[in-house]
Each structure stands twice: as C-alpha cells, then as structure tokens.
Design a protein around this ligand. Sequence first.
Ligand SMILES: Cc1cc2nc3c(=O)[nH]c(=O)nc-3n(C[C@H](O)[C@H](O)[C@H](O)COP(=O)(O)OP(=O)(O)OC[C@H]3O[C@@H](n4cnc5c(N)ncnc54)[C@H](O)[C@@H]3O)c2cc1C
Length: 418
Amino acid sequence: MREMIGWRMRAGETSTQWDSGAADDSASVTFDDDVAVDPAVARSLHVVVVGAGAFGGWTALHLLRAGARVTLLDSWGPGNGRSSSGGETRAIRGVYGGDHAYVAWTAKSLGMWRDFEADSGETFFRRAGVLWMVGGDERYVRASLTHLSACGLSFEELSATEAAARFPQINFDGVEWALLEHDAGFLYAGHACRVLRDRFVAEGGNYRQHDVRVGAWTGGALSHLTLSDGTTLSADQFVFACGPWLGGMFPDVIGDLIVPTRQEVYYMGTPAGDSRFNEGNIPVWIDFGETIYYGFPATSTRGFKIADDTRGPPLDPTNADRLPSAEAVRRAQRHLEYRFPALAGAPLIEARVCQYANTPDGHFIVDRHPSADNVWLVGGGSGHGFKLGPALGDFVARRVLTGRDTHPLLSLQRFERS
Ligand SMILES: Cc1cc2nc3c(=O)[nH]c(=O)nc-3n(C[C@H](O)[C@H](O)[C@H](O)COP(=O)(O)OP(=O)(O)OC[C@H]3O[C@@H](n4cnc5c(N)ncnc54)[C@H](O)[C@@H]3O)c2cc1C
C-alpha cells in the first residue's frame, strides 16, 4: 500500500495520481472485473442509483443491461453545470504511470465508448491523440510504456526535435522528449451523460430528477430514500455516485476522504483564419513540467482549451460562485504565450469553474457502506475519472449484483491507519 495513505489533499498541490511512476504494489494489479452475474438474481433486484454523472450514469446502464430494475436519480440532471461531469470535454489517455489497472480500464473504456457511439448514433470520442511534453521528471510517463503496449494502445516516442518538426505551432523549450498516444483523445462530457440517461430510459430504466436524502437504516441495511417531493423510495440495493457531494452525504464514512477543489478551465480565442490550433491539426496536450498545464484543440463549438491541474482551494459544490479569477487567467495566458507563441494575446472567450473530487491517494472509492450491506459508495474521481466511467460502471454493477467485495485499491479500508 502507498505511503501517502492517511494524507489529505491540500490546495496548491498537484494530484497524487501523477506520482505513480515509481514501482509500487499497484504495478501489476488489475481490477478483476469480469465476475459473472446470474441473470435470475439480477432480475430479482430493484437498484437505485443516486447521481447521473459519468460514474452513476454508466453504473445504471450496466445494471439495467444485466437485467436489474433500475431507478436513476439526480438533483439537477446528468452532466449539470455544478457536477464534475459537466462541461464540454474530458481527455482520454492511457498513460497512468505504473498503474496497470487504470491503463487496462482505459483500453476497456475506449472500446465501450465506441460501442456506445454505435448504439446511440451519437459522437462522444474524438481520436485527436494526446501529446505528453516531458521535461524534468519523466518517471510517470516512462513507466507507462510497457502498460500501454500490454493493453494494445498505440503510441510513439518523439525527441524534442522530432516533436517540434511535427508540431511547429508548439514551442518545445524545456521539453526533453514527447510521447504521442495515437489511440487517445477527448470525450464530449456533458453530452455523453445526457445521452447515457436517454439510452437508459429508452432501454427501460426509470430516471427521475429529485434531490435525495438518506432515509431509515434498519438491521444493517438502508430501507429507503427520501426524495425532494416528500415521497420515499425503497429498493434492494442503493448506489450513491454523488461525486463531490459524497462526503457531505456520508460525513461519518466519507467526510473529507473526498475534498472538492476549485478548478478553472479556459477557452482562448485563436486568430481568425488560423487553423493550426484546431482539432485535426493539434492533439490534446499535457505539458508535464513542474506545474502541469493541459489543453485541447479548438473545436467547432469552443476555443482552444487550457487548464492548470494544480488543486485549487476547497469548494462547496452547491453554493460556490463559479467566476474565474483574473490572476489565474493571466497565468494561463502567460503559459499559452510561452508554449504556443502564435497565441500570444489570445483573448479569453469562455471559462468554466468545475471541481475535482479528490481522495487522499488519487484512487477512486468503490465500496460498501461499512454499516449497510445494501449501500455502495462510488466516487472520488480525483480529476481523472470521466474516461473510465464505462469500465468503472461495469465493475460497480457486477459487485452490486454478485455481492462480491471491491478491490483493495478502491476500498475504504485503505485509508485506515495501521
Ligand atoms: C476541470 C476538470 C477536468 C477534468 N479532466 C478530466 C479528464 O481530462 N479526463 C478524465 O477522465 N476526467 C477528468 N476529470 C474528472 C471527471 O470529470 C470526474 O472524475 C467525473 O466526471 C466524476 O463523475 P461523478 O459521476 O463521480 O461525479 P458528478 O459528475 O459530479 O456526478 C454526481 C451527480 O450526483 C448528483 N447528486 C449529488 N448529490 C445528490 C443528491 N443528494 N441527490 C440526487 N443527486 C445528487 C449531482 O447532481 C451530479 O450530477 C476532470 C474534472 C474536472 C472538474
């Protein structure tokens, strides 16, 4: 187990998810998510899923497709403006340091996103590629290479000179080498959540927009929820996939194991008629230096996206104002000018303030409530969960329908001090 367990994410730090370059005991782990579900058992169960973000939406669809009767609830709707799954785009990349389990889940999720595109006739995934610009500590990226190959994800190593020839619109000063992930790219986030809900309903699921409160506990189980219209809802199993709200909903069990932090995202205007920063001409990029900036090509609906991965201050996901801060915008513009010189002076044309739902070690939480066998707690996306919604939802659905325990890396027990 990692030494950082018990540590709490603080504002101003980059994610511990980037720390996993060094070999540790997660290097050869997979999440072992192919446990078989008995369809007769699935058909006998009513499962309620609270939260229609990437985690809850995919969990609900997998439960339904396995045969369960499923009700999905959300306070404001799938991919809403406050949720961590809202907004325009999220990166899907296979580089995950030495964490084989996440690389395998990325490869699996990629296939599931594509199947879902075929099912729904909608586009979620853009195979734009992801370019890692590595300066300084290369361990996180380097440690991924064997895992990418093992999972069948295609990539190419580029020297700084080769990268500069390939992408002349980028200044590679300070970059020692680059990795281009070919099979990676970005996903349309809020749109995908809404289509997930629509598919779920079209395939027989019940979706309702309600704020939910935990109801009564009887004999080691949760018996019902209370909904915002005053009614109650009973079920056999409950999954709470409430993103940054999960700690507030279960203060004793989750509490500050999930810390929502304020993250600002900017869309910058590219020069008129200049297509060098558009999708097709530049990949998703991750400037993997001391401060990690990342961004996305301009699309037909948005400008050139840039964000700082450093954790911002804690944020109340319900009541926080979502105005970007002038100083952080200026910092991003300075970085843009340095790394993409032709974008010097590019205006901010749109911005979004979202939140990461950080766990102490950057791994997700998927576990039973310690006092209720029929309650599963699912969250802690920690700034990297969206892409993995399909594989994670499948993993959760199989646990709920088989009663099998979670994986130690995702358990609540990992936070207990010895
Ligand atoms: C700026 C930013 C950039 C990111 N970049 C990436 C990226 O590039 N790649 C990637 O893979 N991931 C990325 N992530 C992380 C990813 O977006 C999240 O991990 C993922 O979306 C989390 O989904 P979720 O379902 O856990 O939470 P959410 O999307 O927040 O969903 C929780 C839902 O629960 C509902 N809810 C809460 N309380 C209640 C209640 N009491 N009753 C009913 N409903 C309730 C909410 O309305 C919400 O819809 C990023 C996140 C942010 C903020």
